[in-house]
Design a protein around this ligand. Structure first.
Ligand code: ZN
Length: 89
């Protein structure tokens, strides 16, 4: 249900791509990524290459707390992060 409301999520941090001010990350050729947001992915590479799924969870939780998101939303996002494409391989 929540998934449908959110639309496409970044496959690295789980944030909804439509909430990305830049409309998504960029590929090497300058085109927009359809899978990753601008915070995670620039010029065909991950911005923070060494980060683990756990660290990404902490980062996202901190960010969402700062945005004043309710806990159930935060838990929802956090649980899903290890299942995203970047971390599931
Ligand atoms: Zn992202």
């Amino acid at each position: 249900m929540l998934k449908m409301l959110l639309g496409k999520q970044c496959q690295s941090c789980g944030m909804p791509l439509k909430k990305d001010e830049e409309g998504g990350g960029t590929e090497k050729n300058g085109s927009k990524s359809t899978e990753y947001c601008s915070k995670c992915y620039q010029n065909g590479e991950f911005v923070n290459k060494k980060i683990t799924a756990n660290e990404m969870q902490e980062l996202v939780v901190g960010k969402m707390r700062g945005m004043g998101m309710p806990n159930f939303m935060i838990n929802f996002f956090m649980k899903d992060i290890p299942k995203l494409k970047r971390w599931s391989s």
